[in-house]
Design a protein around this ligand. Structure first.
Ligand SMILES: [Zn+2]
Length: 559
């Protein structure tokens, strides 16, 4: 159920707001802006690996000023973008917020659903001919509709909490290179903008606006993405200064249709279908996000009074670069070096417009990243790729012992969905069939554990099972959760090289850094979790945690 904004403000009594309540509303440390930065795919150890090359005003500013958690681990199994972002935003597990994967099988419709697709919230067009690009994002490619909204996210976010606490007077925005990373963080009450790989604009949907704010139209009208057409992404420093100088040209890196595996990477000409995707697979995506965010901060006047505003910026270029070249590539080192400068630029701008002394900055990531199995094999690991068709064939073969042909209805990593109708028609016990197939798949080379999800509650306290439990939603999750062995991938070689999504530490380990007024500079090594982030920000603002938050307070950040 949706209420038009006018009725919402009538309900909340905020259509005409006086200043009388402002003094009471002031947060304890006079925080005027909460800046939540998420670096998509930034495995925590990458910051350590490159720290010596960082300047003093980007990552180092946060590492020097903030409370730094070195051992933050996601507790869900399917470490994907929408899952991690929504967990950061809500402080809840996917079992409660419902975002169990970038895609899941819609049992009723009999087809895959893309997480935030919503036919009732069509994109708001920015120009007449708005689609020139080719969709490369493997998850977005599966969307059935162009509409986007947070309607499927089942619980409120921190931003939603701010909206309620300040009677609708907090300004709440989210920007990202990816639709899902903006929509998850904006929640139901904020406004989301994301980069369009169709046309290089920052776009939104009718969930948020009926027409673009004038400043956003003006920014899009400048066509800044196209300034990069026909140029190239080159190294910014001498090759000898890079730790991974020798890891530029590796046969298992992916070549994005002529973008190449080695520096310099050439961007397509204006009008080429892949130009905007190439920009995301380079530091330019983050630079454009920065530029758009600056326009947003200035024009929406964020952080200008004592009612705290909220801005989420999720930088997408590290993840996109990882997917094509891997997290141990020269491209990865270069994209993070540039992100360091992008952050320095952002902090300088925030200091000028809001004041860093009034800004709470929280940096984390939505998941880590795995190196490609081919690279790991080179290093001596036993690793490989599982072909989905072979998993399905093995499951179907296991189903034959019950006399059921093609017992698998659908498989999309990590979930296998069984054909309930066939199982019921054969008068079989669903749980027994599920368990038998899970057992057979667990024996499959490259699979560590296949879990019959209907039986999760009866199965002990194995840490992997806990992660699968935290990922389990009654209607969206599948019947069997497939966990690969470490460094194995659940997909074959194809357009992208590298992946995340496993429950293993290289995918769950992310940074959490909290910096702002009255927050101590310190490094904390105890085990903490991204579900702790939203309740901790809420506590710093003196608010109740978001409704479904399960995390505990990161007490070192609270005085
Ligand atoms: Zn990714």
């Amino acid at each position: 159920m949706r209420f038009p904004r006018f009725f919402l403000c009538m309900l909340l009594g905020t259509c005409v707001a006086g200043n009388a309540t402002l003094a009471n509303a002031q947060s304890r440390q006079d925080i005027r802006l909460v800046l939540q930065i998420t670096v998509d795919g930034l495995r925590a150890d990458l910051l350590n690996r490159y720290q010596a090359s960082f300047g003093k005003d980007g990552f180092q500013y946060l590492l020097r000023q903030g409370t730094v958690y070195t051992n933050a681990q996601y507790q869900h199994a399917n470490t994907e973008t929408i899952v991690g972002h929504t967990t950061l935003a809500t402080g809840a597990f996917p079992s409660q917020h419902g975002m169990i994967g970038n895609v899941w099988f819609d049992r009723e419709a009999g087809e895959l659903a893309y997480n935030i697709e919503d036919a009732d919230a069509p994109l708001l067009p920015t120009r007449k001919q708005s689609s020139t690009g080719e969709q490369v994002d493997p998850a977005q490619k599966l969307a059935r509709t162009q509409g986007r909204s947070p309607a499927v996210i089942l619980v409120p976010t921190l931003g939603d909490g701010l909206a309620a606490y300040y009677g609708g007077r907090s300004k709440i925005f989210a920007v990202s290179g990816k639709d899902r990373s903006a929509v998850a963080m904006a929640g139901q009450t904020g406004k989301a903008f994301w980069f369009s790989t169709d046309n290089g604009d920052f776009i939104t949907s009718r969930w948020y606006y009926d027409a673009y704010p004038e400043w956003a139209s003006r920014w899009n009208g400048q066509r800044k993405a196209e300034e990069y057409a026909g140029t190239e992404w080159a190294r910014s420093s001498d090759k000898s200064t890079y730790l991974l100088a020798g890891q530029d040209d590796r046969p298992y890196e992916a070549d994005l249709k002529g973008y190449g595996r080695t520096f310099p990477h050439r961007f397509g000409e204006a009008g080429s279908k892949l130009l905007y995707t190439q920009l995301i697979v380079s530091p330019v995506g983050d630079l454009l996000e920065l530029d758009f965010s600056k326009a947003l901060i200035s024009n929406e006047q964020l952080g200008q009074d004592v009612v705290p505003d909220y801005l989420s910026i999720s930088f997408s270029s590290v993840d996109a670069t990882n997917h094509f070249f891997g997290p141990s590539s020269l491209e990865n080192e270069e994209v993070i070096r540039q992100l360091d400068r992008t952050l320095a630029d952002l902090f300088k701008f925030i200091d000028k417009t809001v004041g860093l002394e009034h800004t709470l900055i929280v940096l984390s990531a939505d998941h880590g990243m795995a190196d490609m199995p081919e690279y790991m094999t080179e290093l001596g690991y036993v690793a490989g790729r599982l072909v989905p068709e072979e998993i399905v064939a093995a499951a179907n073969q296991a189903g034959q012992q019950f006399g059921v042909d093609e017992v698998v209805r659908f498989f999309f990593r990590p979930y296998l969905y069984l054909n309930d109708e066939k199982i019921a028609a054969a008068k079989l016990d669903q749980l027994e069939v599920e368990q038998a197939i899970a057992n057979a798949l667990t024996d499959f080379d490259g699979i560590n554990l296949a879990v019959a999800t209907s039986r999760l509650s009866e199965q002990g306290t194995d840490p992997l099972l806990d992660q699968v439990r935290n990922n389990q939603h009654t209607t969206r999750s599948g019947d069997i959760y497939i966990i690969q062995e470490p460094y194995w991938f659940l997909f074959d070689e194809g357009p992208i090289a590298s992946m995340h999504g496993s429950p293993w530490r290289y995918d769950t380990h992310v940074p959490i850094i909290i910096s702002g007024p009255d927050i101590d500079a310190q490094t904390i090594h105890r085990l903490v979790h991204p579900v702790d982030v939203a309740p901790t920000i809420a506590a710093l603002l003196g608010m109740t945690p978001p409704a479904a938050a399960s995390g505990t307070l990161l007490k070192e950040a609270l005085k």
